[in-house]
Design a protein around this ligand. Structure first.
Ligand code: AMP
Length: 402
């Protein structure tokens, strides 16, 4: 029997999301999450998609830390005959947010790699510590099993130097590893490839603008399968208007808030990352709520929606200029996949750039990759559901079986 299963782990600061996939047919065997780790009301939701006990199982009970969380997940998997001790498990694939300039491809984790991921914590203090913990705990549970790190930044490592550099003093930038790294890379990689397939072309043949619009949001310009620019930078704060993040702003806003407003650096960090974007503009970070309120004439919600769309359009225009020729603009993630009004507004008025929607096709809800552009649109407009877990599983599996 050849080992063909991959367990994908996405460890956050107080949560672990997981999926067990069988790479012979890319099917899901089980999915689930643990949330509110460290609280009294920790919650584990486990759903086997094969075997004798289908259906979601949920437990609410204190789970002290990531070790206890992974042990609880392992017990649930074992109850379905999918235990971590199975010889069919080929590897664990870990989502790791920041790979710095060191990691530009999926990497089998050893002590040295783990130490380097730890050393990148200052670049991603909110994310990499939890990723490291997830790796440590999984290694302790199955020391003999390959553990693979798949980095959110890796797909963007191909950005040319002039797109990756901020126009600041080079020595200072290099001393502090300040450059544009980009994030959501597994999603941009998966979706740009899937878009080429939707067009019946090889990735090398097409230029694609990917709009990953979730609670976090980023755009990328992908030329022939290679990322040449993306909207997030040193951290996921740069670029588009997001659920709670400001995206682009004049850096002097920070000096002003410190000097005139008397805010501390930590307060400004929290303001821009957690209380800005749609939430800052209108009090709601969920696009459904923003749209509902805007439909009722709420001025703040209307402004928030307009600001979100305005920024998105500016990036589409910028990436048309970066790519020169564009074959497709593709929407993905929670907002991009589900919100016809956002897609409609983002493409509205871009006929000069070759973009025109088919309103009827755009209004259809579907989990399938699909075209939503008008017949006559020079550039295809597509909706392609992202699948970061499948991408992590594919990259991990091909690394450990090559
Ligand atoms: P993600 O980060 O990809 O899971 O996306 C989560 C976001 O998707 C939520 O914050 C919602 O704002 C958004 N979302 C989900 N469904 C819809 C919908 N039908 N219309 C608009 N936004 C949606």
């Amino acid at each position: 029997m050849t080992a063909s299963r991959i367990l994908v782990l996405n460890s956050g600061s107080s949560s672990v999301k997981y999926q067990l996939l069988d790479m012979t047919d890319r099917s899901r065997l089980a999915v689930g999450l643990v949330e509110r780790i460290g609280e009294e009301t920790s919650r584990l939701v486990h759903e086997p998609l094969t075997g004798p006990n289908p259906g979601k199982r949920e437990q609410v009970a204190p789970i002290a830390d990531h070790k206890a969380a992974l042990e609880a997940v392992a017990a649930e998997l074992a109850a379905d005959g999918l235990g971590l001790d199975s010889p069919e498990l080929a590897a664990v694939g870990h989502r790791v947010v920041h790979g710095g300039t060191r990691f530009t491809a999926p990497t089998v984790i050893d002590e040295e790699v783990l130490a380097e991921i730890r050393s990148l914590i200052p670049l991603a203090p909110l994310h990499n510590p939890a990723n490291v913990t997830g790796i440590e705990v999984a290694r302790a549970l199955r020391p003999d099993l390959p553990q693979v790190a798949v980095f959110d930044t890796a797909f963007h490592a191909t950005m040319p130097e002039y797109a990756a550099r901020y126009a600041i003093d080079t020595a200072t930038a290099d001393a502090y590893s300040i450059r544009r790294y980009g994030f959501h890379g597994t999603s941009h990689a998966y979706v740009s490839r899937a878009t080429a397939a939707l067009l019946g072309k090889a990735p090398e043949e097409v230029n694609v603008i990917v709009l990953h619009l979730g609670n976090g949001a980023s755009a990328s310009a992908v030329r022939g399968g290679v990322c040449v620019d993306t909207s997030m930078g040193l951290t996921p704060l740069e670029g588009l208007v997001m659920g709670t993040r400001s995206g682009d702003l004049d850096p002097a806003v920070i000096f002003h808030l410190a000097r005139v407003g008397g805010l501390s650096i930590d307060e400004i960090d929290a303001l821009l990352n957690k209380k800005s974007g749609l939430l800052g503009l209108c009090g709601d970070n969920d696009m459904r709520e923003v749209l509902r309120r805007a439909g009722e004439g709420d001025e703040a919600a209307r402004t928030a929606f307009a600001a979100y769309v305005h920024r998105l359009k500016k990036y589409i225009g910028a990436y048309v200029a970066v790519l020169g020729r564009v074959d497709a603009v593709v929407f993905t993630a929670g907002v991009g996949e589900n919100s016809a009004p956002v897609r409609e507004a983002a493409v509205d008025g871009l006929a000069e750039l070759g973009l025109a929607l088919d309103s009827e096709a755009n209004a259809v809800r579907s989990p399938e990759p699909r075209l939503v552009s008008a017949e006559y649109s020079r550039v295809a407009v597509a909706v392609v559901p992202t699948d970061e877990e499948l991408e992590i599983a594919e990259q991990s599996y091909s690394l450990v079986t090559q």
